[in-house]
Design a protein. Structure first.
Length: 326
């Protein structure tokens, strides 16, 4: 009898530095029972387990392997959003503090006459709308056909439903490129950043926001110890495949050909009135804003438990190909 094909293809090198000494730090669980009808092949991964491993050389964490199922990530993210849900997501301001912080920083970094911005992973287009209102000539890239169509309609701006490499082939470049809550989802992040680098005009800037991997894992482990029945999770189903520290996020940007890299605490999401009662909302937002303020003023703020997310800015060096791209 022929043995069934393996569920995972092992990874033996760190995606950031190429190191081979990868040590398990957490166990991931797969749960796709709700895909039983939509995608039986994906549903087969339910109850599978996989190690999250950390590189001893640089500290980056990634999965010990990737699913062999063709287009696993495309199938996992085949979310069939309703029109009402997308409209609520577009209208919600829960990420506006993040978006305004990023747009403000880019406005200080990019000379006033240069205001071409590309948002990679544009989702429903909220950042695009805010960028347009702030004076940017904005475009987006969004692979999900539903959200891409919604973003284009809601903003009246170009939203490309194609791989970013098609823009490179067309010779397109931008003064600023944003990757907000996107890079943690994409295997081989240096290659993704190298693609982004080719889209940034010389002297232009990239803005990247990701979770702070070590802090998020530590938070989850402590929560599991305190809350009965809670299981620590940072990457179940491989929703997050990249777990950056400040050092490894900077290293990834440098290897992709960026310079002048700065990594600091990222602004938090803000709970909206529709998501929680007033008292709970004020308490949650107060804690988030306080943690953000402390992370910004304390020495070594990005190394403290107050920095749950990282915000990086980096400049496209004049000339020269990206380094370390695969």
């Amino acid at each position: 009898m022929t043995a069934p094909p393996p569920m995972f293809m092992s990874l033996d090198r760190c995606w950031i530095c190429g190191g081979r000494d990868l040590r398990p730090v957490h166990r991931l669980l797969f749960e796709f029972s709700n895909y039983e009808r939509q995608d039986p092949g994906l549903a087969r991964y339910t109850d599978q387990r996989l190690d999250l491993v950390r590189c001893r050389a640089c500290g980056f964490a990634q999965p010990a392997g990737l699913p062999t199922l063709p287009d696993y990530f495309g199938r996992m993210y085949d979310q069939r959003w309703s029109a009402d849900w997308m409209a609520r997501e577009f209208a919600s301001g829960y990420k506006d503090l993040i978006f305004h912080s990023v747009l403000g920083a880019l406005a200080r970094l990019v000379p006033a006459p240069r205001r071409r911005l590309l948002d990679l992973g544009a989702h429903v287009g909220r950042l695009l709308r805010l960028a347009r209102d702030a004076g940017w000539t904005a475009e987006g890239v969004e692979l999900n056909p539903q959200t891409a169509a919604f973003a284009a309609h809601a903003t009246g701006l170009p939203v490309h439903r194609a791989d970013a490499r098609t823009l490179i082939a067309a010779g397109r470049q931008y003064d600023a490129v944003t990757l907000i809550d996107v890079l943690e989802h994409i295997p081989d992040p240096v290659a993704m950043l190298a693609t982004a680098r080719a889209l940034v005009a010389p002297g232009g800037w990239i803005a990247v926001k990701v979770p702070h991997g070590p802090v998020q894992l530590r938070k989850e482990i402590w929560r599991a110890r305190v809350v009965r029945g809670y299981r620590a999770t940072v990457a179940d189903n491989l929703v997050h495949v990249n777990h950056f520290s400040p050092r490894t996020l900077a290293l990834a940007l440098e290897r992709a050909g960026f310079g002048d890299v700065h990594v600091g605490p990222a602004a938090p999401e803000i709970t909206q009135p529709e998501d929680a009662p007033r008292g709970r909302r004020w308490a949650m937002n107060g804690m988030r804003r306080t943690a953000y303020a402390l992370a910004r003023i304390l020495p070594g703020g990005t190394q403290t438990p107050f920095t749950l997310h990282l915000q990086a800015y980096a400049r496209a060096e004049q000339g020269g190909p990206a380094r370390g791209a695969s």
